[in-house]
Design a protein around this ligand. Structure first.
Ligand code: HPA
Length: 274
């Protein structure tokens, strides 16, 4: 067995030794978007530091806990806190939790993130359903020897975000008078926010939002056959005439302000996941 597969098997065995039931739904919460975790009737909460082979989260706003429990009547796995490439982890380490979710039987993965808007109709606080992404400014987590037990060498990426989950989210939004944008998320490594020229370029190549996560996780999830739904909270605007200084604090605050909308959407969506 490869090192990766034996590590995944150890991680799985450790986690399953603490959990009695199962779930096919997983959630990974982004920067400043950890509040959903408080609504879970937790059966088990395991700090990442205790989980064998898990990287450690270092960024403010990331609590770093794997939770298993009930949310809105449905059992779910939730990773509160994620790993970013800019923290110094390899692309493979960044996606390790996604592969763990797969090992735990997760078939549907919901992701959230904070992102900069480059679509000029977006406002701070908007929610954007990710209907596609541009991955070329990040490092592909599937580089290197392919792990056939996880997935194929050359995964199809024509539907990286599940259309039927997108439709469900749109119906939920409509029923709850929640405005949702849709668009293309452009993944970057960070940790610098973009220059004015970079935001403009991302807009020109078809991006609607830009952020430092999600794309690598999506690729690993699609590789192992999961259905993915992802949503961005627009926390800052990349294209503006006036002064355009962006801070991490501002991003976290905007994420916090928009969080109740996102929590409602995820809670309703998990009820409808088959
Ligand atoms: N750029 C990249 N990542 C981000 C941004 C941004 O403007 N806002 C939140 N995450």
């Amino acid at each position: 067995m490869s090192t990766l597969l034996s590590q995944l098997a150890e991680t799985k065995a450790f986690i399953l030794s603490k959990v009695k039931s199962a779930s096919t739904v997983g959630i990974i919460l982004g920067s400043g978007l950890g509040n959903l975790a408080n609504e879970i009737k937790a059966e088990v909460a395991i700090p990442y530091a205790e989980i064998p082979h898990f990287p450690l989260s270092t960024v403010e706003g990331h609590t770093g806990t794997l939770i298993f429990g009930e949310l809105n009547g449905r059992k779910v796995w939730v990773m509160s806190g994620r790993f970013h490439f800019y923290e110094g982890y390899s692309a493979q380490q960044v996606v390790y939790p996604v592969r763990v979710m797969h090992m735990l039987g997760v078939k549907t993965l919901l992701l959230s993130n904070a992102a900069g808007g480059v679509n000029t109709s977006f406002k701070v606080g908007d929610l954007m359903i990710i209907n596609d992404h541009i991955s070329m400014f990040t490092v592909n987590p599937l580089l290197g020897k392919n792990e056939e037990a996880l997935g194929t060498r050359f995964p199809d990426m024509s539907e990286p975000y599940c259309k039927s989950l997108i439709e469900k989210a749109k119906s939920i939004a409509q029923a709850n008078q929640l405005e949702l944008k849709q668009g293309v998320y452009t993944g970057v490594t960070g940790p610098t926010f973009e220059t004015r020229a970079e935001y403009k370029m991302i807009h020109l190549i078809g991006g609607d939002a830009v952020g430092m996560s999600t794309v690598q996780e999506n690729i690993a999830a699609v590789h192992c056959g999961m259905k993915v739904f992802a949503i961005s909270v627009i926390t800052d605007l990349g294209i503006r005439e006036e002064e355009n200084i962006i801070t991490h604090e501002e991003v976290l605050q905007a994420a916090k302000d928009a969080e109740p909308k996102l929590t409602m959407l995820f809670k309703e969506l998990i009820k409808q996941v088959s």
